[in-house]
Design a protein around this ligand. Structure first.
Ligand SMILES: C[S@@+](CC[C@H](N)C(=O)[O-])C[C@H]1O[C@@H](n2cnc3c(N)ncnc32)[C@H](O)[C@@H]1O
Length: 213
């Protein structure tokens, strides 16, 4: 779907994804120390707003102007300290560049063709600070046959293994698994990967005594 199609979808409903943050995002982020976070394809901002309430300085981007406008409206009801911690941007994540200083990047339910997914995820790893954490969550490929809801085009779905293959040469994989999500219509199957940017080993200081000293 292009930005215009997403705009249309967001214009038709109140909050398409609801206001509460995603439960898996909450589970993973709760144990992290707040820093700078990037929410890629943030939609109406449910995760970005929750992150800001937890003390994260959040950059949130989506190419749907309607979604970003709705996110700003929802955020405007939050305390000023929370609102001020979120920087909303309208833009295409395929062409936008990000600096490499985020302690957390969330990519939730972004479904792109394989090559574009790989491009975005590798860019996300590059945008992490050392030891920064990337969360990739979406509808698993098996959800079409075994789950409920979500896109029905297998070309834009993924498995944890697909995501691992996209980034494992650049990132340390902390978790790669399927997750069940219970919704009104039944049980949906999600793919989850949590990865971290490795910490570079620093060279020994020049004046450090050697073994012979
Ligand atoms: C299923 S929604 C998920 C929204 C949000 N991450 C969440 O979990 O609530 C997918 C989002 O991806 C956005 N999107 C898709 N392709 C994009 C792109 N190339 N650049 C920026 N946003 C994109 C859409 O506008 C949409 O808001």
């Amino acid at each position: 779907m292009d930005a215009a199609a997403w705009d249309e979808k967001y214009a038709k409903a109140d909050l398409v994804w609801g206001a509460p943050p995603n439960a898996v995002v909450v589970e993973i982020v709760t144990v992290l120390h707040p820093g700078r976070a990037l929410d890629l394809a943030c939609g109406e901002g449910r995760n970005a707003i929750w992150l800001a309430t937890r003390g994260w300085e959040v950059s949130a981007i989506d190419f749907s102007q309607v979604a970003i406008d709705k996110a700003r409206t929802v955020a405007s009801k939050s305390p000023r300290s929370v609102r001020n911690r979120i920087d909303w941007a309208t833009g295409d994540i395929l062409t936008t560049t990000f600096d490499g200083s985020f302690e957390l990047i969330v990519v939730a339910y972004l479904h792109l063709p394989k090559d574009e997914r790989r491009q975005v995820l590798r860019k996300a790893v590059d945008a992490l600070a050392e030891a920064g954490v990337l969360i990739v969550l979406g509808h698993d490929t098996t959800n079409i046959a075994d789950g409920v809801g979500g896109p029905q085009d297998p070309d834009i779905l993924f498995t944890p293994e697909d995501v691992v293959a996209d980034i494992e040469d650049e990132a340390q994989i902390l978790a790669a698994e399927k997750r069940e999500r219970h919704v009104e219509a039944g049980t949906a199957i999600d793919a989850l990967v949590v990865a971290a940017r490795p910490v570079k080993e620093s060279a020994a200081p020049l004046d450090e005594p050697g073994l012979d000293d």
